[in-house]
Write a protein that binds this ligand. Sequence first.
Ligand code: 6R9
Length: 801
Amino acid sequence: MSMSMDSKLNAVVLGEALASDADDLIVPTQDFSTHAHVPSFDNYLELYKWSIEDPAGFWSNIASQFYWKQKWGQPVYSENLDIQKGRINIEWFKGGITNICYNCLDTNIAAGNAEKIAIYWEGNEPGVDATLTYQQLLHRVCQLANYLKDIGIRKGDAVLIYLPMLMELPIAMLACARIGAVHSVVFAGFSSESLSQRIMDCKPKVVITCNAVRRGPKTINLKDIVDMALAESAQGGTVVDVCLTYENDSALKKESTKWVEGRDTWWQDVVPKYPATCDVEWVDAEDPLFLLYTSGSTGKPKGVLHTTGGYMVYTATTFKYAFDYKPSDIYWCTADCGWITGHSYVTYGPLLNGASVVVFEGAPNYPNPGRCWDIVDKYEVSIFYTAPTLVRSLMREGDEARISYTVTLLIAVLKHLLLSAIGSGKFWKKKGGNFSQLIYFSGKASILLQFGIEEALEGTYSLLCILMESWGNLERNRSEARGMNADRILPNETTHDTSFKFAAMCVDSFNYSCEPLAKKAVKMHVTRYSRKSLRVLGSVGEPINPSAWRWFYNFVGDTRCPISDTWWQTETGGFMITPLPGAWPQKPGSATFPFFGVQPVIVDEKGVELEGACSGYLCIKSSWPGAFRTLYGDHERYETTYFSAFPGYYFSGDGCSRDKDGYHWLTGRVDDVINVSGHRIGTAEVESALVSHPQCAEAAVVGVEHEVKGQGIYAFVTLVEGVPYSDDLRKSLVLAVRNQIGAFAAPDKIHWAPGLPKTRSGKIMRRILRKIACKQLDELGDTSTLADPGVVGQLIALADS
Ligand code: 6R9
């Protein structure tokens, strides 16, 4: 281990952290840690040291747990990450012969998991679902693999997949892997233009798609988009011979689908006719597995290329440790397979571990914002992995329940008053049993409705109350049976009155328990579901601001579930900096420490490694098995984009701080850093400060030219539903930033935003925000890839409000 690594590790003294930052540390429960794969920080350090000092030994040991037709040769890995020493080159387990599909399916079946559910598929509409066991999945994969072979797809050929989250998407990926074909999944939210661009780049022999998909209340005719893309790419000289189309008949019938004879084939017409077994194409560890396009800051998308062996070992291992995966877990990742998260942590990582995976076709807020938790309860999901953007949007949905909090309390008070009257017997005597009973029950019913029956039943008080109420009723019925007229049942009055009083008293107690329950009900969309099955939560895609982290932790996980805030990239293949749940205390918003084998370094502009607490550019020293090997067809761009800014390192493009305890805090892409009067401010920092304001739902900050400060801070702010724009609020938002970061970080402009321009994967498109902020409205560029292009017009309209 190098000196710098030693000193970095020495900086991580958790006892010190506990003493100094007690408020910020979320300590795992003893019970969780005891049962975790990595139960303590010491245990982690031991393994981490091994992985850094002896990568070959460490990773060979893990790789041996997979099936290899032939073991890898020596050296276990070879690398050159220094552009000054020549071509950038990374290889792991070269000479090892394996197949990732075989390791996902056949080996798990052989290990006794044939009947275990591999995929729980949940459709867009609640109630529409399906499952596949490992055996069934293998059958389906083999049939498609046989079909692909039959139409001439061979090892190394590219297959483009443009499918929504149907089971056919992972099936198609695995079928390609089985025969050694290179899949290139394009997220089924991309436009025809983007699709044709990718088709022309990787020149697939076949495109696999479906006719249409329902996402939330919308139907999207994917086949039309593919038709346009194929026409465009044919014009550009790339002709695709076959378009295999799955009939998703819940969205669109065959008859209504446009068809190109000779090129188009219905999946259901051909694939099921093929045998359900298919020999594996054994490939070298360094043979390509897939291509995945990711956008650069400018120009054409980059085809990130991952190979087989290292990626397999790395995704499986990161999945196991970062989620503390156990065979009894039910795992759900909300990402689409069109992104790297869906590759590594919907498909390969979990299936390599023999996990049961939920694959969800729909939108997380359809038909209502409780859908995610409905799914969690339905499948008893224990590991839930999602993106901060979803967390924040669900957080926002809770606000309508804030009104019901007030209403609930009002009802509780009214009921309390009524019941006191009843309890004292006055009301009872004046009005007669039946009327007061009516009031009593309607009060109770309204409470039950407010909280949802389950919520009310959950409270011990309410249970007690219901029991006592039944007892009271029993007494009353008995009396009524004797005397028919309640006013005349004098001999039983005392018993009756006492039991009813007692019931009222219990309801009173229930009222007192209303307050905490009502507070919980603020986030009713979450709390009306049990979520008891949840054990571990995960976050990915962007920095998670501490307030979203806390909401996720407190409300979704009921303060019981550690959150794995996993920092990684399309390029890295798998997690790089991530908590290992149970191994160390968490700090809300920090991705914490590097995964085994990963050596993050923070460098300054000159590429000098910074020590101790610091901020700078996040680079990685040395390779790790899951690293991408090249940009498809453009190794030079690979070298210049990632390895030339700081020679000797892989440059991530992200900014990062390390605190005195060694925790890593990702601050966003470095192109999103704003330099105000010489102070470097992470947009994420300002956003986090804004979002911590109770009336701010979401914020996006960009830098604009400022004649005095160099750059000024321009903040787009989405308010909590129902909160009106006002100058006072503007001031208090600025104050929130001044208070949390410092006066130098105070936004120069707050731009009210009914919504933010986001890609369909949920990333805010700052490029567009920057143009709006700079009033360069004629340079907005392509807005068609936005989830809601209408947002741009709304923002422009509000520019001077
Ligand atoms: C996996 C994925 C990569 C970029 C990355 C960074 C941001 C991802 C993050 C995070 C802070 C996290 N990012 N995870 N930032 N904390 N936990 O999202 O890949 O689409 O390639 O994006 O996303 O900026 O550089 P990709």
